[in-house]
Design a protein around this ligand. Structure first.
Ligand code: ATP
Ligand code: MG
Length: 407
């Protein structure tokens, strides 16, 4: 019943891949997060296919394939449907070779049995497979369905052993506890705590990926952040980042992932937030966005802000981040101040000379100013318009230029 319902949600391109592989005599199933999400009635991100077929066998069966991760057994099958390309990742059943240093295994071995492939997966709820042919059926050798129903997060096998193999898994435990709203079984947090030396060896980019998913997918990211904090992992993943109750729970009240990051790192200020994200190897854009938001003062510290002060604040944060600014301030009772900020902007706000109602050439023609003198004049105009937004129209600016013109 559950299986039939899940099978009905599988996209046709994925079904077609499974059909071709099955008809060629291979086992082929949907695995991992997609199966889990379907059982939970959530919309899966992407559908991963696992198969007993070797990568070269997969490539021989489909006209359009890309060897995306051939060493690890992954081939992307591109299905053409209604003039559109639908990529489907197909990975050969595998087990992982020896783990060195708690990082990714150096080699993988392909196996013919689904159960072996499921046994290498991190948590029981992620070790589910959906078989479509001949009739839909869920493969659940480790009790993941029962754990999902009971709200339990449990590793496949002994947590000390599994976290010791790959230090990222302890961080993933916190992410999945929050994302899937599961409670760690007894012993799991202890194992996380004891895995710290292994977690330290993991590349920061991999921490970042888990934290991103935590902020994107969890209803309450604090569940994961606090679990990292309790087990001592927060200091490893984000050394120096705020770990107090208020900072860890503030993101729960925000919706936008960028605002959630800023809500967590707010107390670290611009420089602290920037340092944390840089250490995590976040993209430059993400570093700049979150750091800019973290430069904002708390709304409670601005009871008598003037319009000009508000415009000055927005200029340091950047107008493009106004919506984020509003959401962040609203988390701390600053909704009225955020509204004032929007009103002030609506009445006229210039971030730089390019937003003046006339362009530089025009100002130059009116004033005969060139080069540095023109730059200074434009900066003055921006400042004057900031003090009085009504000046931002051609007539008024012309009068102003005449007034300012060096005689
Ligand atoms: P989401 O949809 O939220 O990304 P997911 O379960 O698909 O969740 P991924 O990180 O995309 O998570 O991993 C896909 C699958 O691969 C997991 O469901 C799990 O079975 C397996 N997996 C991923 N990373 C690991 C790991 N470090 N150790 C063991 N198994 C892993
Ligand atoms: Mg996934």
């Amino acid at each position: 019943m559950e299986a039939a319902k899940a099978a009905a949600q599988v996209p046709s391109s994925v079904k077609e891949v499974l059909r071709v592989l099955s008809e060629a005599g291979h086992h082929a199933v949907v695995v991992g997060g997609a199966v889990r999400d379907l059982v939970l009635d959530l919309k899966p991100g992407d559908f991963d296919v696992a198969t007993s077929a070797l990568p070269e066998e997969v490539m021989a069966l489909f006209p359009h394939t890309v060897p995306t991760g051939i060493k690890h057994g992954t081939v992307t099958v591109v299905m053409d449907e209604g003039g559109k390309h639908h990529p489907v990742e197909v990975t050969t059943f595998r087990v992982e070779g020896e783990y060195k240093d708690g990082r990714r295994p150096h080699q993988v071995s392909f196996v013919r049995e689904l159960r072996e492939d499921l046994s290498r997966r991190d948590f029981t709820v992620n070790a589910l497979a959906l078989v479509l042919w001949p009739t839909p059926r869920l493969e659940d050798p480790f009790g993941g369905l029962g754990d999902l129903r009971a709200g339990r997060l449990r590793t496949v096998g002994d947590p000390m052993h599994r976290f010791g193999e790959d230090g990222l898994r302890a961080v993933r435990a916190a992410r999945f506890a929050a994302q899937l709203e599961l409670t760690a079984v007894a012993g799991l947090e202890d194992a996380m705590r004891q895995t710290i030396p292994i977690v330290r060896k993991v590349a920061p980019e991999r921490y970042l990926q888990e934290l991103k998913k935590l902020f994107e997918k969890a209803r309450a990211p604090s569940v994961g952040l606090k679990m990292l904090q309790r087990t001592g992992l927060l200091e490893v993943v984000a050394p120096g980042a705020p770990g107090d109750e208020a900072s860890l729970t503030r993101p729960d009240r925000a919706r936008d992932p960028t605002v959630r990051w800023a809500a967590w790192l707010w107390d670290a200020g611009r420089h602290g937030a920037h340092a944390t994200l840089k250490a995590l190897k976040a993209s430059n854009q993400h570093q700049v966005d979150v750091a800019a938001l973290c430069s904002l003062p708390r709304p409670a510290t601005l009871p008598h802000a003037t319009d000009a002060q508000l415009r000055q604040l927005l200029r340091t944060v950047g107008r493009a981040r106004l919506e984020w600014l509003r959401e962040l301030w609203s988390l701390e009772g600053g909704a009225p101040l955020a509204q004032r900020m929007s009103d002030v902007v609506a009445r006229g706000y210039v971030e730089n000379a390019s937003e003046l109602a006339v362009d530089g050439n025009q100002v130059s023609a009116w004033s005969d100013a060139r080069g540095k003198a023109l730059g200074e004049l434009l900066a003055t105009l921006v400042r004057r318009v900031d003090e009085n937004p009504e000046l931002n129209q051609p007539e008024a600016l012309r009068a102003l230029v005449t007034e300012l013109k060096p005689s």
